[in-house]
Write a protein that binds this ligand. Structure first.
Ligand SMILES: Nc1ncnc2c1ncn2[C@@H]1O[C@H](COP(=O)(O)OP(=O)(O)OP(=O)(O)O)[C@@H](O)[C@H]1O
Ligand SMILES: [Mg+2]
Length: 292
């Protein structure tokens, strides 16, 4: 289980690093095996920063992250490899995860070199083909190609395939669905559903409320780096208590209504109430900032 305890991130900003930006502020939640948690918030709310801290790509400024009871900041050497064996991420910008001078499938062959040196070439090939099929990629379409010869969606699915090869326990998926076209999206959503059934814990980072509602067991609503509301997805979506969550939900266009019938709330709805105090429990598995 992944436990996030009151983490914050302060970035140094400005030309001489004298400024400070509190991108994440006192965030706590958990991801259990077989559970999908969606981390929802608008652009700049700190979602990717939280994902990066979980993957140790950037240190936490305050608070701690524990995996199976151990603080990940203290994990070193072999144990760190073990951590990455269990926890992997697929990031928003898939191009940044590839080195343009190497073929894209190097991300898969490196898994063998690092974690499965004893597996025979034939067995490894079979494993790769299985994992590519699982993410709806046709092996000849992607193997042997350079990153610039593949689409963003293909590169992203290659990274999910890489995570599958490792048989991970927790996947941090940062905007992985939003980049895909409708038919591939269904395939990848179904794949995530299957993996969840097999016990994978998934942190799904998204700005897409409908997606968060569709797939997740728990939802964490983030605003300006702070949690405004969190809890069981059904509670947060059916009975939103914070004005910000309410405004967000009201702004989702309804496909069964004509645009003119349901004018979405304007920007001011989002700024109307800035009550972001400590989280207060308002029901079973339902917490709201400032108990609005
Ligand atoms: N390395 C960095 N140095 C300084 N500031 C950063 C850095 N990375 C992110 N930020 C800032 O931290 C804030 C949160 O960024 P983050 O990428 O976590 O947002 P996000 O919720 O993932 O947004 P999006 O939906 O646009 O991906 C933003 O204001 C961003 O400009
Ligand atoms: Mg992001």
């Amino acid at each position: 289980m992944l436990q996030i305890h009151g983490i914050s991130k302060v970035y140094k900003t400005g030309m001489f690093g004298r400024g400070a930006l509190r991108a994440v502020d006192d965030v706590s939640f958990e991801v259990r095996p077989g559970e999908v948690v969606s981390l929802i918030g608008e652009s700049g709310s700190g979602k990717s920063t939280i994902g990066k801290m979980i993957l140790r790509l950037t240190p936490v400024t305050d608070g701690s992250i524990a995996y199976d009871g151990s603080d990940i900041a203290l994990v070193k050497g072999r144990a760190l490899r073990g951590y990455y064996r269990s926890v992997q991420g697929v990031f928003q910008d898939p191009f940044s995860s590839y080195n343009p001078i190497f073929k894209a499938d190097r991300v898969l062959s490196m898994v063998k070199a690092e974690y499965f040196p004893g597996v025979s070439t034939a067995d490894w090939r079979r494993k790769i083909e299985e994992s590519l099929h699982a993410v709806s990629l046709n092996p000849p379409d992607v193997l042997g190609k350079y990153p610039h010869q593949l689409s963003g969606g293909q590169l992203q699915r290659l990274l999910i395939a890489r995570a599958l090869l490792l048989d991970i326990k927790i996947l941090v998926a940062d905007e992985v669905i939003s980049m895909l076209d409708a038919s591939t999206r269904i395939d990848v959503l179904n794949l995530l559903g299957d993996l969840k059934k097999q016990g994978l814990g998934i942190l799904l980072i998204t700005h897409d409320l409908a997606l968060g509602n569709y797939i997740s067991d728990s939802a964490v609503i983030l605003r300006h780096g702070r949690i405004v509301e969190r809890g069981a997805t059904a509670k947060v979506f059916d009975d939103p208590r914070h004005p910000y969550t309410q405004a967000l939900l009201a702004s989702v266009p309804r496909l069964d209504e004509k645009w003119s019938d349901s004018a979405p709330p304007g920007r001011e709805a989002f700024d109307a109430d800035d009550a972001v105090g400590p989280l207060v429990q308002v029901g079973t598995d339902h917490f709201v900032a400032g108990a609005a």
